[in-house]
Design a protein around this ligand. Structure first.
Ligand SMILES: Cc1cc2nc3c(=O)[nH]c(=O)nc-3n(C[C@H](O)[C@H](O)[C@H](O)COP(=O)(O)OP(=O)(O)OC[C@H]3O[C@@H](n4cnc5c(N)ncnc54)[C@H](O)[C@@H]3O)c2cc1C
Length: 650
């Protein structure tokens, strides 16, 4: 059942305690609850996700940041960004960041998984071994409102899981111009801008449709697809929200392996800073799924971390890499004025247009608001000249993109570039997917609870490689929209794309472009690696976790979330972590004598049924609640004209 306060939870002892009902935690909790003899408690700091339009309406995704469903962190000042601090949205809600992200669905390259297998020494993480888990997560469903997708643009890889993924629900104006160019260049020998119909088949390189988690026109999340169906159908899973785990408590010592290992079998929670504490016990395992930031914070507060940072008296397990090796994808948007008035810019400014769009979404789950503002993107390799003996390719391999260009049908507002009051725009978001800059998560000085935010340092654009790679991505964007196909340019032939807009238009020299980059770069919100896996046989022998995600030097504690990945995916990260969480669930089951069998596909199918019915009830409550939806557009106008706005639209 779902509880809103720890005092309501009917038991203090469970077989498994999952910390964080986010993307990974919801998958793991749902899968473990398939064994009706095991009791599961999920502890979530954030709020219920039910009935929140910022969560449900795909187009509203950027509005969730800085509201009650967001942790609303900030980074420490970033030296590579002129000392700017960036906002760090993270889901503070059932479903975690899957409920507030921008819905992109990219699994990454086969190289990536093979590299994880090589780093961990566990072939179970390899691309070929993970195929069953990819299929177990999502099902590709038809878009609600996009007749322009041609058969050659449809992906071939697909699964049968509870998460409903789709090609873009609504056609946007740049789409066919991008495809005309990419398909035209696809036949040019050596082109780095080829067309691809399927970024999720192991080789993501090329330009194609952005698959999104907006099946049937509404966002599907780890909560709607996994957690709520489990809660609705099973009595052995309890979830408590509004409850922050403060730390894990050492409850004993295990000597079975021949070495004395501390057992962290209890979890201490509180609902307010300085408020009373409650303790829950796990008889089998505690699974930390609090995300790259939250997991590192909880480990450090529990005395599991670098002794040199924590101090001897606060250290129970000296684990030097906790909070280290954090990587994030930097991005930079550039803008062009366009002659068309069909971009979404007016929908951001005009409440009449918004009312029409929300009515259409409520009635049909179609129209502009059923889509995210990104339909098309491209994954690119850097030119080989970037790599040499002293700077090898930092990506996972030759099928892994180093950079990304994202085509946006309007202006991408940010803290440093607010939405102009007039005009229509096309933007390209340039992103770096294999950065060499490294950051960290540390406790703030004197902090002793999770009500104080940790120090988040992404170290963005702190290497020359990253700066040069970002310059290349900007240049690639300009090259792409300047390309002629069969003698004419798809972007300019009818006067659609006009001049570059904003500060970038006057940045001519390399120094001026770098200055623009440092003044405006932001991130894609993909932090990774603060509790990474490693193995003795690899250069990652100091991993916090072993290959089966168990915390080294500890008994009964595992981590399953983005923090576990030893290298940052060259992709948007949610599909990766959903898939990792599916395999993690089987690893936990196997270690605890719970049957792992192909019949789990059957229960996935039954979850799909529940998901569909929960989507249906959401739909009908939205139809009935159209007044709420209309009231919401007023908030949309207000929010989008404030300078705090959205960091990006990915
Ligand atoms: C704004 C934004 C846009 C993004 N866009 C995309 C995109 O388009 N495509 C894509 O693939 N990826 C995207 N991502 C990234 C992706 O969503 C994340 O990588 C992924 O969801 C992280 O999953 P996780 O399980 O590691 O953490 P989360 O899903 O964040 O889950 C962590 C959970 O733990 C809870 N928690 C934390 N600390 C505590 C505590 N002390 N006590 C109890 N509970 C706690 C949190 O509240 C949260 O529910 C985006 C992320 C954001 C924030």
């Amino acid at each position: 059942a779902l509880y809103t306060d720890p005092s309501q939870v009917p038991s203090t002892s469970y077989d498994f305690i999952v910390v964080g009902a986010g993307t990974a935690g919801s998958v793991v909790a749902s899968r473990l609850s398939e064994d009706s003899t095991k009791k599961i408690l999920v502890i979530e700091a954030g709020v219920d996700d039910t009935g929140n339009l910022n969560v449900q309406v795909p187009f509203f995704a950027p509005l969730a940041a800085n509201t009650a469903v967001d942790w609303n962190y900030t980074t420490v000042p970033q030296a590579g960004l002129n000392g700017r601090s960036l906002t760090v949205p993270r889901g503070f809600v059932l479903g975690g960041s899957s409920a507030i992200n921008y819905l992109g669905w990219t699994v990454g390259s086969s190289d990536y998984y093979d590299k994880i297998a090589s780093i961990t020494g566990d072939s179970g993480w390899a691309w070929s071994s993970m195929q069953g888990y990819f299929k177990k997560v999502s099902t590709l469903v038809p878009p609600t409102d996009n007749p322009d997708i041609t058969s050659d643009e449809r992906p071939t890889s697909n699964g049968n899981g509870p998460l409903l993924v789709n090609l873009p629900n609504f056609n946007l104006e740049p789409d066919q111009r991008v495809f005309e160019t990419a398909k035209g260049l696809g036949s040019t020998s050596g082109s780095r801008f080829t067309f691809t119909n399927d970024m999720n088949g192991g080789n993501p390189l090329g330009i194609g449709y952005n698959q999104v988690t907006a099946g049937e026109g509404s966002r599907t999340t780890a909560a709607t697809a996994y957690l709520h169906p489990a809660l609705n159908n099973r009595s052995n899973i309890d979830v408590v929200i509004n409850t922050r785990v403060q730390k894990l408590i050492k409850t004993g010592t295990d000597s079975n392996s021949g070495t004395d290992l501390p057992v962290f079998g209890s979890v201490e929670v509180a609902v307010s800073q300085g408020g009373s504490k409650t303790t829950f016990n796990a008889t089998r395992e505690v699974i930390l799924s609090a995300g790259t930031i939250g997991t590192a914070q909880i480990l450090l507060l529990s005395g599991i971390g670098p002794k040199e940072d924590l101090g001897s008296s606060n250290t129970i397990v000296d684990s030097p890499q906790v909070g280290k090796n954090v990587k994030e994808h930097p991005l930079l948007s550039i803008f062009w004025s366009i002659s068309s008035n069909a971009s979404y810019d007016d929908a951001l400014r005009n409440s009449t247009i918004q009312a029409t769009d929300i009515n259409q979404w409520s009635a049909t789950k179609g129209g502009l608001f059923s889509a995210t503002p990104v339909n098309v993107l491209g994954f690119l390799r850097l030119p080989e000249t970037f790599f040499n003996a002293s700077q090898p390719d930092p990506s996972s391999g030759s099928k892994s993109p180093n950079t990304e260009i994202i085509f946006v049908d309007g202006f991408v507002p940010s803290d440093t570039n607010p939405l102009p009051s007039t005009g229509h725009f096309m933007s390209i978001i340039c992103a770096l997917l294999s950065p060499t800059s490294v950051g960290s998560i540390k406790l703030a000085s004197g902090s002793s609870d999770t009500f104080t935010q940790p120090l988040i340092d992404y170290g963005l654009l702190s290497t020359d490689f990253d700066v040069q790679a970002m310059l290349q991505t900007i240049s690639d964007s300009e090259t792409f929209v300047s390309t002629n196909i069969s003698g004419s340019n798809p972007f300019t032939k009818d006067g659609y794309l006009q001049n570059l807009f904003g500060d970038f238009a006057s940045a001519k020299t390399e120094a001026e472009k770098i200055a623009f980059m440092r003044a405006h770069a932001d991130t894609i919100h993909h932090p990774t690696g603060s509790a990474r896996m490693g193995s003795q046989s690899s250069g990652f022998s100091d991993g916090v976790l072993d290959a089966s995600l168990k915390v080294r030097g500890v008994k009964g504690l595992r981590v399953v979330d983005m923090s576990v990945l030893p290298i940052i995916p060259e992709a948007h990260t949610q599909a990766v972590i959903y898939t990792v969480a599916e395999r993690a669930s089987d690893l936990i089951k196997a270690d605890n004598g719970i049957q792992v069998s192909n019949t789990s596909t059957t229960s996935t199918t039954s979850s799909t049924t529940s998901t569909t019915s929960s989507t249906t009830s959401t739909t009908s409550s939205n139809s009935a609640g159209i007044t709420t939806a209309l009231a919401h557009v007023q908030a949309l106008v207000l929010m989008l004209t404030l300078p705090i706005i959205l960091s990006t639209f990915i």
